[in-house]
Design a protein around this ligand. Structure first.
Ligand SMILES: Nc1ncnc2c1ncn2[C@@H]1O[C@H](COP(=O)(O)OP(=O)(O)OP(=O)(O)O)[C@@H](O)[C@H]1O
Ligand SMILES: [Mg+2]
Length: 329
């Protein structure tokens, strides 16, 4: 049984096919970064239009690369939210049209759940229970996932997400979009950091985060400077350290308090190399990350979450494949 995954919640058009063992046959992602870069953020109407333009050519390439036709697809999984309405509608329309015209059942996938399980695509031994830290452009959520795949939120950001904090500070530093990778690159060039930024809510005794105060603190610092390349490198270094320290501190606290050793870190910010390196140095926990190419939005994680859902006993109990409706005029 092959599952086609369709991702279009924001600014990445992602398609993938996985087989009945949950192995990826092929995946393809088209990013819209160049389209949105000049606006410093995503323009929803442009995002929707680009998904519509790219879907069919990308699907053709994916099927060709996989030596398949739609006859080889047995299930279509698509992102049903959260995300931008236009891009989500574009993906749902594609999934439903392909499903209806080829008599293939479709399954809705929650985008955040897809991120949370994305390390399992490549880490075949990884299974819940685990602590999940989802750090993306729109969310920063700490949760626990039990062995029945039930997710309990422990805390989340009270304002900006970690990714948003990277993006907004990068914009102020005249770095490109998305900001996370740019800040990460510039922080590697820092050799004499003199800035000290706060680690927000690190002692708040709960599992919530807050990044808007850090953002304001950094922006106020930038306003007081005649910004040089050295400043940009050093500010980038300290911003990255402040965000990474905060994320790790709360996750390790949750792991210790709930006595769950495995921590799964996902979403676009999980591509950050310092976050990966610092987590790997913590001996009390075992950190798992998705393959870097599956950190940001992609079709493989949607196909994989669809695969997990269709293989769950709850789903099998309640799901029947409806026959294709006949058209009578
Ligand atoms: N190497 C990196 N270091 C830090 N942040 C990064 C890195 N790579 C990407 N990011 C950040 O990841 C975010 C994008 O992640 P993702 O694509 O998962 O978000 P999204 O899909 O827009 O949001 P959500 O999943 O919450 O709907 C951006 O904020 C970007 O700056
Ligand atoms: Mg995402």
């Amino acid at each position: 049984m092959n599952t086609l995954g369709i991702e279009s919640s924001c600014d990445d058009t992602g398609l993938a096919i996985i087989n009945s063992d949950g192995q990826i046959i092929n995946h393809i992602t088209s990013s819209q970064h160049e389209i949105h870069a000049k606006y410093g953020g995503i323009v929803p109407e442009l995002a929707s239009r680009d998904h519509v333009k790219k879907f069919i050519p990308l699907l053709q390439v994916l099927l060709e690369k996989s030596a398949m036709t739609m006859d080889d697809i047995n299930m279509i999984a698509f992102t049903n939210g959260p995300g931008l309405l236009g891009p989500l509608l574009a993906g749902a329309s594609l999934a439903k049209t392909l499903g209806w015209s080829n008599n293939i059942p479709t399954i809705e996938v929650n985008h955040l759940e897809a991120h949370i399980y994305s390390p399992m695509i490549t880490e075949k031994n990884l299974k819940p229970p685990f602590i999940s830290l989802l750090v993306s452009g729109g969310h920063t959520i700490l949760s626990s996932v039990d062995d029945n795949f039930h997710i309990t939120t422990l805390g989340s950001t009270l304002d900006d997400s970690a990714g948003e904090c990277f993006d907004k500070i990068a914009r102020k530093l005249n770095l490109g979009y998305p900001g996370g990778p740019e800040i990460s690159k510039r922080s590697e060039l820092s050799n004499n950091n003199k800035f000290i930024f706060p680690r927000p809510m690190i002692k708040s005794n709960d599992y919530n985060f807050s990044f808007s105060g850090l953002k304001t603190h950094v922006i106020n610092t930038i306003h007081k400077l005649e910004l040089t390349d050295e400043h940009i490198n050093n500010i980038s270094y300290e911003v990255q350290s402040a965000i990474v320290d905060t994320l790790i501190s709360k996750s390790v606290e949750a792991s210790k308090n709930l006595d769950i050793k495995n921590i799964v870190i996902t979403g676009g910010v999980s591509a950050n190399q310092k976050l990966r390196k610092d987590f790997s140095c913590i001996k009390k926990c075992k950190a798992y990350f998705p393959d870097v190419k599956f950190s940001t939005d992609n079709g493989a994680m949607i196909a994989y979450a669809g695969f997990l859902k269709t293989n769950s006993s709850d789903f099998k109990k309640n799901f029947t494949i409806k026959p294709k409706p006949s058209l009578t005029l």
